[in-house]
Structures are given as structure tokens and as C-alpha cells.
Design a protein around this ligand. Structure first.
Ligand SMILES: *[C@@H]1O[C@H](CO)[C@@H](O)[C@H](O)[C@H]1NC(C)=O
Ligand SMILES: *[C@@H]1O[C@H](CO)[C@@H](O)[C@H](O)[C@H]1NC(C)=O
Ligand SMILES: *[C@@H]1O[C@H](CO)[C@@H](O)[C@H](O)[C@H]1NC(C)=O
Length: 468
């Protein structure tokens, strides 16, 4: 057996029933956000339905989708437009500065199998146009979960039409959201997603809404752990770090608690690894590993759904699919979806969150532990020796002897990119083809059980599921 000199063996007792720090798992914990102007084009890509179906099959429930982003605040509804969306760009890699969309936009959204959140315009301050779009969405989409009014208003400025002559700030936004919810609920009911903030705390909005809170279903904040904007540098080692992810995601807890205390759902309505192009780290295998830990820590901090953003097709490093083969990040999506499974109801972390090696257990609705996950976030970039960490599990209904099975997610190293030809694998031979179909054969490893415990070894920059 390969034992690491540097990290040693860890011993973990799996609670036989869910411990007090357990989190409920939403059926669509891993969700997808699609940039507003690009949504109709996404529906023409075969990968969109195959990737979403892969997740749905693993979780036993359709994937929730949010359609929105920067371009929702550049969009004007045209009830007479025969196409779903209309815009011109100088380069296909660009996002449009203005666009119109028609009723068939919502027919395409109605075809999505899961809950859909639609992001409409507030920044341009044309409330009657947004009302017409909201009414059309409501009348067309049986799967409409919520409507956003504006995207990341923390980035609006005094030159945004909604600001009028005011200096734009969080207090002004709170009053603006309140008045728009009151005005539009007369036409579409209590169906709004509030906040949609990138950097502002969402809790003050929940307090400030007063009786308008009755029009709101969910609170959304956006989150990107790293930025490549303005030439800022990104770092894969820190993106992947388990203790770093535990620390970063702890900021969601107070916002989630405030939303839940007011009876609202709490989502990361838009998230991904690094803003402004992804900084080269976003398409890597390390980002796939980040997704696993980030999703699980999100849930533990009260986030019910994480909507991973998919941007301009063909110009989007953090996208899971698009005009290239199925990217490395999707392998992390599939792996964490398999861990959560169709029967996963509750999740607990089994380590102290202070090291680079994470251990989790998922329980089914009968409170029986069904799977373990070990994530070794030690950074291996292909240089030097790849270390390994052994983790010994006992308790959790592990019998005194026999054999359990495990499935491994691995790649040559953390910087490996499927879109550059690297082989990322699930279960030794499982991969995804260019249309996001699962191909190859996934094999489970046997894990011996001795004296009521089992030991697995997980290499640096790898993850492993143990089936109990
Ligand atoms: C849509 O078409 C109708 C009938 O042709 C017209 O009366 C109406 O003004 C048009 N609406 C818009 C927003 O262009
Ligand atoms: C872990 O890494 C070591 C050293 O590179 C390698 O020999 C071993 O095959 C790896 N283990 C697995 C399960 O991939
Ligand atoms: C990391 O893996 C990729 C293949 O995915 C390989 O091209 C690269 O050379 C490796 N890095 C190092 C430093 O070996």
C-alpha cells in the first residue's frame, strides 16, 4: 500500500445517525445559471440537454436553471419579435451591449425540465416593459420558480437609468427593490427572487423589505472566489484548498440564516471559479475538485442551490460545455452528483475543516449513512512526487469484516485540461464525449473491511467515493 510520509493516516468515526452539524440536501443543489442573451443559443447545443440529464439522472431530479446575468439588464422585451432574441455583436466572442427578446424566449425556458428562474431588467428603469415580460413568463412557463428584477445592482451607478438623479447605494437599492416587488406583484403574484447581489450583504435587504417580503420567494447572492479582472492573478492551489474553501464559504451562513428566518429560500444564484475570463484556472481538473468541495460546503452553510454560471458560448473558461469538448469541471459535477445520489438527504463533514483533506458522509432519508467522500486537496501540479493520504473509517454501520467498494476521480495533475487533451477519469475508465455522453467503463475498487474499519488512500489532487 502507498502510504504518505508527509500526511500520515487519519482515523474518522462515522456517526451512525446524522450528527448535529448536518445539512439538508436540496434535490437540485448543483444548479446552472445561463447568461441571458446566450440562453436561446444554449438550447441549440446537444450538450446542454445531455449534461443536464446526466446530473438529473445521478440526483433523481431535474436540474434547476437560472437565466440571467449582466445582459438581463441590457435586454428589452418586444412582444412582436418572432425570434427568441435579437442582437448584433462585432465578434462572436462578445456579449451584446443591448438586445431585444420575444415571447418565444419563454417558450424555450418552458421546455427546461427543472425549476427556472428568469432574470429581468431593472437597471434601464422601464417598469412597464419588465411587467410585460414578467406576465409573458408567468403565462408561458409552468416551471417558473422566480423572477429577478435586476442583476448585481451593487454595480449600478448614478448613470444607470434606475438611479435617476440619486447617488446609487444599498439603501436606494432596497427601496427600489421594494417598490418594484410591490408594483409587479399586482400582475404576477408573489414570485420574486431578491437581492441578486455580488458584493453587498443580503441580510439588510431582508430586514428592509417590510411587508414587501411577502412577494419574495428566494434571496440570491453571487459568488466568485477568485477574479481575473483587470489583469488580477488567479491561483489554483488556493482555489482547491479544502481549508480555504471552508473559510470562504463560511461567509454565506449569516445571509442564509437571515433568509431562512424570514421563510425564504437562499441560493447562490450565480457562481463560478473566477470572474473575467477564468484566469486559466477555471477549465482545469483542480477546478473540478474545487466544485466538489465548494458545493458541499455551500450546503453546510445553508445554501440550498448553487447556480454555476455558463457564459458566452465559445468564450468562457469556466463553462462546463460549449464550443469545445465537455470540460474538466463537469467531471467534478458528475462526481459530486454521484456522491449525493438520488437518495442523499443529509450531509455532514467529518473533518475539522482546517486541513487539506476533507471527509464527508451522506445519509439517506432513513438517516442511514450511504456514502463517504474523501477529497485530498493537496496540490499536485505534475512536478515532484505525488503524495497520498490514507483515511481509516469506522462506525457508520461499517461491518466487522467483508468488502466495500469505492470510485476514484483522478487526472494526471491539478492543471490537466480535458479541452487540451488530458485524460480525467471517473472509476478508472469513465469519461464524457464531446456531447457530454458518459463513455468508457467506470469500475469500482474493492476496499477490505477489517475489525470494523476500512482504509482508503487518496492521492494529492484526487477524490474518492466509498459506498457503504
Ligand atoms: C406590436 O404589434 C402591434 C400590431 O401590429 C402594434 O399595435 C404594437 O404597437 C406592437 N408593439 C410593439 C411593442 O412594437
Ligand atoms: C498515487 O500516486 C502514486 C505516486 O505517483 C502512484 O504510484 C499511484 O498509482 C497513485 N494511486 C492511484 C490510486 O492512482
Ligand atoms: C500535468 O498534466 C498535463 C496533462 O494533463 C501535462 O500536459 C503536464 O505536463 C503535467 N504537468 C507537469 C508539470 O508534468
Amino acid at each position: 500500500m502507498f502510504l504518505s510520509a508527509s500526511f500520515g493516516v487519519r482515523a474518522i468515526t462515522v456517526p451512525t445517525t446524522p450528527p448535529s452539524n448536518v445539512a439538508n440536501i436540496d434535490k437540485s443543489l448543483v444548479a446552472v445559471s445561463i447568461e441571458f442573451f446566450a440562453f436561446p443559443q444554449y438550447t441549440t447545443l446537444v450538450s446542454t440537454s445531455t449534461c443536464l440529464n446526466n446530473i438529473a439522472n445521478l440526483r433523481g431530479a431535474p436540474v434547476a436553471v437560472r437565466i440571467g446575468g449582466t445582459t438581463q439588464d441590457r435586454a428589452t422585451y418586444d412582444p412582436n419579435l418572432s425570434t427568441a432574441v435579437e442582437y448584433t455583436v462585432a465578434d462572436p466572442a462578445d456579449a451584446p451591449l443591448s438586445l431585444t427578446f420575444g415571447p418565444s424566449f419563454f417558450s424555450l425556458a418552458a421546455d427546461m425540465p427543472g425549476d427556472v428562474i428568469i432574470g429581468l431588467n431593472r437597471e434601464l428603469n422601464d417598469q412597464e416593459n419588465t411587467r410585460a415580460a414578467a406576465v409573458q413568463a408567468k403565462n408561458t412557463m409552468p416551471n417558473l420558480f422566480a423572477i429577478e428584477l435586476g442583476n448585481e445592482p451593487d454595480l449600478y451607478s448614478s448613470s444607470s437609468p434606475i438611479a435617476g438623479s440619486r447617488t446609487w447605494n444599498q439603501n436606494v437599492d432596497e427601496a427600489s427593490e421594494q417598490s418594484w416587488f410591490n408594483a409587479l406583484s399586482n400582475s404576477v403574484g408573489n414570485i420574486f427572487q431578491g437581492a441578486v447581489y455580488l458584493s453587498w450583504d443580503t441580510s439588510p435587504l431582508v430586514s428592509a423589505l417590510g411587508s414587501a417580503i411577502g412577494h419574495v420567494k428566494s434571496i440570491s447572492r453571487h459568488s466568485y472566489p477568485q477574479s481575473a479582472c483587470g489583469g488580477a492573478s488567479t491561483d489554483l492551489r488556493s482555489l482547491m484548498s479544502h481549508s480555504g474553501i471552508v473559510s470562504y464559504t463560511s461567509q454565506y451562513k449569516s445571509g442564509a440564516t437571515a433568509a431562512h428566518n424570514s421563510g425564504l429560500r437562499y441560493f447562490l444564484g450565480e457562481t463560478n471559479s473566477a470572474t473575467c475570463g477564468g484566469g486559466g484556472i477555471s477549465p482545469t481538473f483542480g477546478a473540478a475538485l474545487w466544485i466538489i468541495d465548494y458545493v458541499l460546503q455551500g450546503a453546510l452553510n445553508g445554501v440550498e442551490r448553487l447556480y454555476f454560471h455558463q457564459g458566452t458560448i465559445g468564450n468562457c473558461q469556466y463553462c462546463w460545455w460549449g464550443r469545445f469538448t465537455t470540460g474538466a469541471p463537469f467531471y467534478g459535477v458528475a462526481f459530486v452528483s454521484e456522491f449525493l445520489g438520488a437518495d442523499g438527504a443529509r450531509l455532514a463533514m467529518l473533518d475539522d475543516g482546517k486541513s487539506l483533506v476533507a471527509s464527508y458522509v451522506v445519509y439517506n432519508s432513513a438517516n442511514t449513512p450511504v456514502r463517504l467522500l474523501v477529497y485530498n486537496s493537496n496540490y499536485y501540479d505534475g512536478t515532484g512526487t505525488r503524495s497520498g493520504t490514507s483515511v481509516t473509517f469506522s462506525g457508520g454501520g461499517i461491518p466487522s469484516s467483508g468488502t466495500k467498494t469505492a470510485k476514484r476521480l483522478t487526472a494526471p495533475n491539478a492543471t490537466s485540461r480535458v479541452d487540451m487533451g488530458a485524460r480525467v477519469t471517473i472509476g478508472g475508465g469513465g469519461t464524457f464525449d464531446g456531447s457530454c455522453n458518459a463513455v468508457g467503463t467506470q469500475v469500482r475498487e474493492n476496499v477490505a473491511v477489517n475489525g470494523g474499519s476500512l482504509t482508503v488512500t487518496v492521492n494529492a489532487s484526487e477524490a474518492l467515493i466509498v459506498y457503504l
